[in-house]
Design a binder for this molecule. Structure first.
Ligand SMILES: Nc1ncnc2c1ncn2[C@@H]1O[C@H](COP(=O)(O)OP(=O)(O)O)[C@@H](O)[C@H]1O
Ligand SMILES: [Mg+2]
Length: 315
């Protein structure tokens, strides 16, 4: 369905996308995760034909999105990460406005819009002014309008940002329904757990590159056995910097430790050993005069995998 090959985007000298490769099958709900600035929006805008790439290929159902952006706009629906201001425009008029941009007849737009507003649970708001809607409602309206021309691929940029839990839940329900309708969906977020529940596959991006991607279960498997250990520890008589360095050195000497990184106040240890080996690690730290105030092993989940890949400063 979507094939991205060697995609590169420069903003001036800044390399925002660095040789990105990505493959998404039809019917997939693909979660695009990465910290702010990773290049998610840039990728999505290029896929939707809204931004020019510096080099590379984007194929949607075999059509080259970079060479034929107008054809692509018919195949793709885009929900941007901002909503805009619509003074004096009612919900139904808003839908008509977008329908007319695709050259659709008014009657056709109205008929389709009724169904779409129902889908996003906004039927009772059809005569409301757009600017009076809550943020969650606006987001859902945005989804409805992105579907007006019945695109095969729906691209949503951080649709959950700024929404309260209730609105998030409603958005999730809408997206699940779309999934069952056979649409291919790409949805970005900088929060992984939110996506892991409703996506069929996931890609984690950082610094313009895809670090890992695949089916949710496959990625879960990859993370199995690499549950990190979180440690809070100090070394008496040593400053914070020296202490950290000493602890890192000791940790790296141990078997099953593959990486040591720091979050604000914790040490995050990538660890592949058994429980007994974890206990041995703790014993070793104490024997080496490290004062351990907290030591616990993460459960196996996508969030720890994500933190392990993108979190903290690597040492
Ligand atoms: N128009 C632009 N001009 C210059 N730099 C930009 C522009 N748009 C985005 N960037 C930079 O490109 C990087 C990727 O941005 P973006 O795709 O928005 O990331 P994300 O959506 O993952 O937060 C960021 O470092 C951002 O500052
Ligand atoms: Mg973004």
């Amino acid at each position: 369905m979507l094939e991205i090959q060697n995609l590169t985007k420069r903003y001036g000298k800044f390399l925002a996308l660095n040789d990105l490769n990505l493959h998404i099958d039809k019917g997939e709900i693909f979660g695009f995760v990465g910290p702010n600035g990773a290049g998610k929006t840039t990728t999505m805008r290029i896929v939707c034909g809204l931004l020019k790439a510096s080099s590379g290929t984007v194929l949607i159902d075999g059509v080259n999105a970079l060479l034929r952006p107008d054809d692509i706009k018919r195949k793709v629906g885009y929900v941007p990460d901002f909503f805009g201001v619509y003074d004096n425009l009612k919900v139904m008029e808003y839908m008509e406005f977008y329908g007319s941009m695709y050259g659709m007849e008014r009657e056709e737009v109205c008929e389709i819009s009724e169904g779409l507003l129902e889908l996003v649970n906004l039927s009772d708001k059809r005569e409301a002014f757009v600017d009076t809607l809550s943020r969650g409602m606006k987001q859902r309206l945005c989804v409805a309008r992105a579907l007006i021309h019945n695109p095969d691929l729906l691209v949503l940029d951080e649709p959950n940002s700024g929404l309260d839990p209730r609105a998030r839940f409603e958005m999730k329900e809408v997206l699940k329904n779309l999934g069952t309708m056979g649409k291919t969906i790409i949805i970005s977020s900088h929060i992984l757990p939110e996506l892991s529940e409703m996506c069929t596959s996931i890609g984690i991006m950082e610094h313009g590159q895809l670090i890992i991607s695949g089916k949710v279960e496959e990625i879960m498997q990859k993370s199995a056995g690499t549950q990190p250990i979180r440690i809070k520890a100090t070394v008496s008589g040593q400053g914070e910097e020296d202490g950290r360095e000493y602890i890192a050195t000791v940790l790296k000497e141990q078997p099953s430790v593959s990486k040591v990184s720091y979050t604000e106040d914790e040490i995050l240890v990538s660890f592949t050993g058994s429980e007994q080996e974890a206990a041995k690690l703790l014993k070793t730290l104490v024997e080496r005069d490290i004062a351990v105030s907290n030591f616990y092993r993460e459960k196996e989940d996508l969030e720890s995998l994500f933190l392990e890949i993108t979190g903290g400063n690597q040492e």
